[in-house]
Design a protein around this ligand. Structure first.
Ligand code: PGA
Length: 302
């Protein structure tokens, strides 16, 4: 009989799926030599090569394909078993995996802080990535919950809004339009904009806004972070459209001003998303409950 451990199978499944030892190590939060060792032990037990590495490429052998299919089933069944046991114990402990889009970094830590204080047994892994990366993780079912501003269309996912996410137009505090009321969108035609990278939800919404209004978006510069965009706006490089969640309650403290443009702020929400039909763990359900109950308090206290 083969002596195969769950850790070896987890390592093998990750390498076979990601076709990379280093990415598997990263995902499993272990070192690459640990992954290699698990795979070597597994090879010894099975008695046939499962993976072959040529240069940087990882190939799966026929035996490997067989094991991969079996593994995926086992791991899912085992995961369900662990979840059932935790549910039976009613335990509020374990790991909660959340993936959240970049812009949520302005409020997620302030939600997670009190949550962790209340449930010290829950260990949180928070991945902060842009919308495109987050959708990849959702498709691969890598996390328990996903936090985003533009939920996917076409993907089988359940969503629940939990907080406002208005999109506003930002200008430097000394811009001639600051203080004007009900500025027509067309009055922004001469302006250059600072935009987020492609793959960002903010960028996607912004492009949609210009498209819907039939006005070309004139891009001055593309920047990969909201913070960099705010600094560039304050420095007079152009205007921007960002979620109000990125702003200080008093934007003038950052030398920024919100313009009163017709149709703005664009009303949006923050959503918590999960794959449809996914049986969520007690830990994830506990977080959802917390989110529903505490976000309003957080918003009021802001
Ligand atoms: P982003 O997403 O941080 O990728 O721009 C924000 C959003 O979806 O509202």
């Amino acid at each position: 009989m083969m002596h195969v451990t769950l850790r070896q199978l987890r390592a093998f499944e990750a390498v076979a799926r990601l076709r990379s030892f280093s990415r598997a190590a990263e995902e499993l939060h272990v070192t690459q030599p640990t992954v290699s060792k698990q795979i070597r032990l597994l090879h010894e037990q099975v008695g046939l090569p499962l993976l072959e590495q040529l240069g940087k490429k990882v190939f799966i052998t026929e035996a490997g394909q067989e094991l991969y299919a079996t593994c995926a089933d086992w791991l899912e069944t085992w995961g369900r078993f662990e979840q059932t046991i935790d549910n039976l114990k009613g335990l509020k402990q374990g790991r909660l995996r959340i993936a959240a889009v970049t812009t949520t970094k302005y409020f997620m830590p302030r939600i997670l802080g009190p949550f962790c204080a209340r449930y010290p047994g829950i260990d949180i892994a928070l991945e902060v990535v842009n919308r495109d990366r987050l959708l990849e993780r959702l498709t691969r079912n890598q996390d328990d919950l996903y936090i985003m501003g533009v939920p996917p269309e076409g993907l089988d996912a359940e969503r629940e809004s939990f907080m406002d996410n208005p999109l506003v137009v930002l200008a430097p505090i000394d811009h001639p339009l600051v203080g004007h009321q009900r500025i027509a969108f067309a009055d922004l035609a001469g302006e250059r904009f600072l935009v987020r990278e492609r793959g960002s939800g903010t960028r996607m919404i912004m492009e949609r806004v210009f498209q819907e209004r039939g006005m070309p978006l004139r891009i001055k510069m593309e920047l990969g972070s909201n913070e960099a965009i705010k600094q560039a706006v304050a420095g007079g490089l152009g205007l921007a459209m960002l979620s109000r969640s990125t702003l200080n309650p008093d934007p003038s403290r950052e030398e920024l001003a919100e313009l009163d443009v017709e149709g703005f702020p664009i009303v949006r929400a923050w959503y918590v998303v999960r794959p449809k039909g996914k049986q969520i763990s007690v830990v994830a359900a506990t977080f959802l409950e917390f989110l529903r109950g505490h976000v309003q308090i957080f918003v009021r206290g802001q």
